[in-house]
Ligand binder design. Structure first.
Ligand SMILES: [Zn+2]
Length: 135
């Protein structure tokens, strides 16, 4: 028996993917306070960027360290079982991220990446992001 409702499952999936988590929502509110206006999870753009700032022609991906392989991050460990499966999955994820970034850049978008582990320091992150968006 499946005791998990579809709503619960989609909430769980959203958390797994790191979307609309409390730290991410907080980061967005900090950007908003700094005067940035944005759209969220824009499906018409390659890779469905998490934060889209049309005025600055900038998109921000908030990436989970594990799935998107944050270089040098301890959260980006490789499981010790099914190594082949995971390696293939990670290679595909990175390839997809790279392709989406190139497509967006071709369309004239500036592409910024925020890592899940950086959300631990939202003030610092919002400051860095603000100068990168304006820069
Ligand atoms: Zn990380």
């Amino acid at each position: 028996m499946d005791k998990v409702s579809p709503e619960q499952r989609s909430r769980t999936m959203a958390r797994v993917r790191g979307k609309n988590t409390r730290p991410e929502v907080f980061l967005r509110s900090l950007l908003h306070k700094r005067g940035f206006r944005y759209r969220l999870h824009v499906a018409s753009l390659p890779g469905v960027p998490d934060i889209v700032l049309p005025k600055y022609r900038t998109v921000v991906f908030v990436n989970g360290c594990f799935w998107h392989r944050h270089p040098g991050c301890k959260r980006a460990s490789t499981p010790t079982t099914n190594v082949e499966y995971w390696t293939k999955k990670f290679v595909n994820n990175i390839a997809r991220d790279t392709k989406n970034k190139l497509l967006l850049e071709k369309m004239g978008w500036k592409v910024l990446t925020v890592w899940e582990c950086e959300l631990k320091f939202p003030m610092q992150l919002a400051n860095d992001l603000a100068s990168m968006i304006r820069g």
